[in-house]
Design a protein. Sequence first.
Length: 238
Amino acid sequence: MARMDIRSSLPVAQPRVTAHELVHDTLRRAILSGALPGGTRLVQADIASQLAVSTTPVREALRDLVAEGLVVFRPHVGAVVRELSVTELTELYDIRKALEPLAIKRSVELITPEALAAAEGVASAMDHENDPMAWAALNRTFHSMLEEAAQASFIHSVLRGVQDIAAIYETHSLINDRAGISTGNSDHRELLAALRQRDGDRAAKIVVDHLDYALRAVLRTQNVDGQLAADRSAAQSA
């Protein structure tokens, strides 16, 4: 069972938020960054203690994260960061490969020079970032910016859900294999070039190839960690 520590995921400068928002945002950040990997048990009393809140906002935040697909409740165990089987992971990426090319083709047609410049700024920051967790956060920002340019709210909403779940595994794969960072940076530069040239077909192909690479990297990590995941699942079911 992975040890839970979420204090490093607290924002450096905490804005005025409710206790519920603080707990939700901190847990969400910790899950998406890989600080809380799949299978981590989320103990309400421990979370409340670390964030100096009562258990009521913790319970509410966990319910929200369940609705978002990042957390599941298991009988006799409680809240746990979601884990996926190889079949589920493959299905997740199939959904992304169906929708992300559609979104990027719309972005090619609709993206403004200002939005493109902003995405290029994030890509430049990623070129100089070697920390897997920080890079993964920038990666989510980069892709979200391009998808928002598509002006397709339903597609963006669906993609956000599946991308968030995939992020749990993608960050872990980057920690185990830093080559994914350089490959991702190269793909992003090619994608930006296609956007500048208004080449939708090329942009869509780059996105699909990017997702295929990401899935292979995730599955390699799953193969390495498969026995641990199986042992953890068996222990939680006991």
